[in-house]
Design a protein around this ligand. Structure first.
Ligand SMILES: Nc1nc2c(ncn2[C@@H]2O[C@H](COP(=O)(O)OP(=O)(O)OP(=O)(O)O)[C@@H](O)[C@H]2O)c(=O)[nH]1
Ligand SMILES: [Mg+2]
Length: 472
């Protein structure tokens, strides 16, 4: 299957973009792809500061050349240059990569020089789009490139890697193969209708549809339902009565002073958040205004409204109580807003002498996981992090390594495919003429083709590649 044949609009321009983030970093890469990629890169590159050029005839593919980029007589940066000659490149075109220092100004300067030398600026995902149009990857693999960039967990990285390696494509193609075999039998029986019984067994066909094709589609759709939220971080909101140590806990989890801490109740008013990578996934912790019956002023009231809304969106609440103060009515009021199975109760300030006799109401300790900590001194934080990871694994399960997960677009096509297959199976049971059944099967096949990009039109491709970053 070669998508390039179908979407025959490969233009022969040479494109270029900065492929790395435009922020300070050790290395930044300007990537060039197309027929003039080699010539353009060579025109800017010198092997030594004295200006000795590299000749086209002497370059090897996939070899790293050390040298300098010049803007006319002026040295711009010391770089490494790599050529990946067609068809052995990401895009299957000639590709040149200039590995420069990772400063936004130097990368913008080099990109400008490349564009002045004749390249056009690449659009979002245009390198990957070329890889697709040139038939190196199918559409599921192309989309998984964006997924791996956006992944919020190790499990999602591994799942996207499985799709990039072609696992989803294989699963789709094997279902497609079953349908095409049926279609071949049906078409033969239409051509030789007087011997139909010999060529095409309706019962057999219906068995294949109901016992092989439908369950295979259902398995893929179920995987989307279970894991299809790709790229989303695990959202944890820290709540509790004022002054119990929520902001101190946030700072302790993040490892730096993100939120203001003070012994005045009602200190935090706005939402204050920060990400942490825990147990192989990205978690976003949000500190909130303390919840109490009566707010001190309008600003505190707004803060409490924001906290309530953050709580509704969150995957998990960390409910903090002050062990030295004991469990008060305001704690009970705050807890009443939570769902206990999506909550960890953190008993804080256990370092204080007054914390010794603290106990939780039994309805709380039975309903939720409880961890005792001192956010101020860091006691109990390992245990808290362990419980956070366990809760995240339970509440937002991740696909196993190597499991390719269909995305929302794939899922929509699978739903349409399933309904065509189902209608074909029903038609077979009702002995509808075979040529009518074949129409449903063809429809089902075309739905699978949409997924891998075999029948992709320009609108679909634009929608798919829109979400990519420039340079990929
Ligand atoms: N001894 C002790 N003091 C703590 C601990 N955690 C927080 N504190 C103190 O408790 C006070 C309140 O801490 P914050 O983190 O500001 O409390 P908060 O829950 O964010 O308060 P609001 O934003 O007002 O709702 C500060 O004086 C902290 O230093 C702890 O584990 N042990
Ligand atoms: Mg606070």
């Amino acid at each position: 299957m070669c998508a390039a044949g179908q979407v025959n609009r490969m233009d022969r321009s040479t494109i270029a973009a900065v492929a790395t983030p435009l922020s300070p970093g050790g290395i930044g890469i300007v990537r060039i792809s197309g027929p003039d990629a080699v010539g353009i890169a060579l025109s800017l590159f010198r092997r030594g500061r004295d200006g000795q050029p590299l000749s086209r005839g002497s370059i090897d593919s996939h070899r790293v050349y050390h040298g300098y980029v010049f803007d006319g007589p002026d040295l711009v940066d010391e770089v490494l240059l790599v050529f990946m000659l067609a068809p052995h490149s990401y895009t299957m075109e000639d590709v040149a990569e200039i590995h420069a220092h990772g400063g936004p100004a130097v990368l913008a300067t080099i990109l400008d020089l490349v564009l002045d030398a004749g390249a056009e600026p690449a659009g979002p995902g245009e390198f990957t789009k070329r890889a697709f149009l040139n038939g190196r990857i199918d559409l599921t693999q192309a989309e998984a490139v964006a997924d791996i960039i956006e992944a919020a967990s190790l499990a999602e990285v591994k799942s996207a890697a499985a799709t990039i390696s072609g696992r989803l494509k294989q699963e789709i193609l094997s279902i497609r193969g079953l349908l095409l075999d049926l279609l071949a039998g049906m078409e033969a029986s239409i051509d030789f209708s007087d011997q139909a019984g010999e060529v095409f067994d309706q019962e057999d066909a219906s068995r294949v549809l109901l016992l092989d094709v439908l369950p295979a589609l259902d398995r893929l759709m179920e995987r989307h339902r279970a894991f299809g939220r790709g790229g989303r971080e695990f959202d944890v909101v820290i709540v509790g009565a004022p002054n119990v140590g929520k902001s101190t806990l946030l700072n302790r989890l993040l490892g730096y002073e993100r939120a203001i801490v003070s012994d005045t109740p009602g200190t935090t008013r706005d939402l204050v958040d920060g990400p942490v990578f825990l147990g192989g996934r990205r978690m976003l912790f949000t500190d909130t205004a303390g919840l109490r019956d009566r707010a001190g002023d309008q600003v505190e009231k707004k803060g409490m409204d924001l906290a309530a809304r953050a709580l509704e969106r969150a995957d998990l609440a960390v409910f903090v109580v002050d062990a030295a103060k004991g469990f008060l009515q305001e704690d009970m009021d705050a807890f009443a807003r939570l769902s206990p199975e999506r909550c960890i109760v953190v008993v804080n300030k256990t370092d204080l002498p007054g914390a010794k006799g603290f106990s939780l109401p039994p309805e709380l300790s039975k309903a939720s996981r409880v961890v005792r900590v001192s956010a101020l001194y860091g006691y109990g934080m390992d245990e808290l992090e362990g419980v956070l990871v366990q809760m995240a694994d339970k509440l937002m399960p991740a696909p196993g390594a190597g499991v390719a997960v269909p995305n929302a677009r794939h899922h929509a096509s699978l739903v349409a495919c399933r309904s065509a297959v189902f209608s074909a199976a029903r038609a077979l049971e009702e002995s509808v003429p075979v040529d009518m059944v074949a129409i449903d099967i063809k429809d089902a096949v075309s739905r699978l083709d949409e997924i891998v990009g075999e029948s992709a039109d320009a609108g679909l491709l634009d929608a798919v590649f829109e979400r990519f970053c420039v340079g990929k």
